[in-house]
Design a protein around this ligand. Sequence first.
Ligand code: HEC
Length: 112
Amino acid sequence: MSRALTLLLSAAISIAVLPSAKAAPSGAELFTRKGCIGCHVLKGHEGAVGTMGPDLSKIGATRDRAFLLAWIRDPQAMAPGSRMPTLGLTQVEAELLADYLLSERPRKGKRR
Ligand code: HEC
């Protein structure tokens, strides 16, 4: 097999594998796993009762996706000395988290 063909094949294989790798954790899972719940309240998210940071239940009312992406990836770059640590998340993880924060989550009860 020629070298070029081998390269092409391995590229095709990694593209074929991508979707399953991407489907791994959801934004909701990341919100728990990455420790966000320890510092933030998020209504409808089990265990999200931290109070060091602001309540994120209605973050979509004040922040847009671009802000959330930049903030979640590197809060220290945006607000040096912030009590929120830069957690070393990937761009994909930050996107999943931002989309999750902006999504309609199941709410318990009718309270706002
Ligand atoms: C150690 C506690 C801590 C952890 C862990 C933490 N945060 Fe924060 N977060 C904060 C604090 C404190 C602020 C307020 C920042 C400030 O005022 O400097 C904040 C601010 C934010 C904001 C911006 C709110 C606004 O409108 O300014 C978002 C969005 C956010 N956090 C999301 C997350 C996500 C998503 C995670 C998990 C990946 C996370 N945080 C993990 C403490 C934390």
